[in-house]
Design a protein around this ligand. Sequence first.
Ligand SMILES: NC(=O)c1ccc[n+]([C@@H]2O[C@H](COP(=O)([O-])OP(=O)(O)OC[C@H]3O[C@@H](n4cnc5c(N)ncnc54)[C@H](O)[C@@H]3O)[C@@H](O)[C@H]2O)c1
Ligand SMILES: [Zn+2]
Ligand SMILES: [Zn+2]
Length: 383
Amino acid sequence: MSTYFSTQGQVIRCKAAVAWGPGKPLVIEEVEVAPPQAMEVRLKILFTSLCHTDVYFWEAKGQTPVFPRIFGHEAAGIVESVGEGVTELKPGDHVLPVFTGECKECRHCKSEESNMCDLLRINTNRGVMLNDGKSRFSINGKPIYHFVGTSTFSEYTVVHVGCVAKIDPEAPLDKVCVLSCGISTGLGATLNVAKPPKGSTVAIFGLGAVGLAAAEGARMAGASRIIGVDLNSNRFEEAKKFGVTEFVNPKDYNKPVQEVLAEMTDGGVDRSVECTGSINAMISAFECVHDGWGVAVLVGVPNKDDAFKTHPINVLNEKTLKGTFFGNYKPRTDLPSVVEKYMNKELELEKFITHELPFSEINKAFEYMLKGEGLRCIIHMGA
Ligand SMILES: NC(=O)c1ccc[n+]([C@@H]2O[C@H](COP(=O)([O-])OP(=O)(O)OC[C@H]3O[C@@H](n4cnc5c(N)ncnc54)[C@H](O)[C@@H]3O)[C@@H](O)[C@H]2O)c1
Ligand SMILES: [Zn+2]
Ligand SMILES: [Zn+2]
């Protein structure tokens, strides 16, 4: 049975939270959302949450400013209509939009080792759609730019079909929306990239939702010690629910945290996963792994001028440095099975959700994140 929405082929007028300039509170505006073009789909967003990547590009302190813009990339919704050439999705399908896509045709999409699609990999500076180089959002004919191809802080958005994962229609969208970025990223960074052997010691830098999902991955992989590192000690109590067994606040020591970790672990941890976005934490996360076999995985999004500096002897000493977007998951191929992990109760999502807000109060979600309060805040678009 197929669903048909009467808005198909029409411009939709709806509410969106527009960022008019760096660091300025979002303003709920009435925007016009054009119909999807070739290989695009228009989604009705039901729930969205805030990830730290939105906040960096909204603050635009160390990032290229692109304004006015509609942020948002962690969300869940329903397909409203599809553009020409779209055969895999139809109106009514339940979906998760993803900031990095999968065209299924390029060398990366065909490789088992990569999710860095040539066509649809993350591009934080592009504010337009690929098909015609234009935005689908406007106010009085003036364009409002997209963010990472998703722009989910809008009741309706247009996304490339390759950035949309079709999921189990039974999955509760107000929970699985957190799998569209942060939780899958952290989980995959550990399970798919760091791959800690059973019984190993894993350090997690940054105990926000992404880091705690990485800790959850370490617990699932059978790590015996999971050491959480964060500058905010308020994180430590909550982190116990995610299997973190020990805590280190770098501010409590007058030596580099990599030395503290080396002393705690007889020379270094077996794996580390960095989920902070701080260049110093990235360097510490690499240097704290054990020589001979240690592997560090970078997840945090750096500032545009950051440079990673370490002595090459660390590499000669057989420490490995890796990085990942979206935990190496291919969004269309792999995300439905991550949703199934939640449906089968192998993965708990409720504990990542610490706040809920109506769309009209979206700016409060930014305040929570800037204060380091809570993990994920679910924004109800219909409320
Ligand atoms: N690679 C990807 O695909 C991907 C996907 C999602 C998010 N991210 C990035 O992951 C990071 C975490 O995202 P989040 O939403 O969990 O953010 P968050 O703000 O909720 O958590 C970050 C945590 O890091 C801590 N922190 C900051 N600097 C630190 C330092 N120097 N040492 C130790 N701890 C430090 C903070 O106190 C905070 O608890 C961000 O950089 C985000 O942009 C990357
Ligand atoms: Zn994100
Ligand atoms: Zn591709």
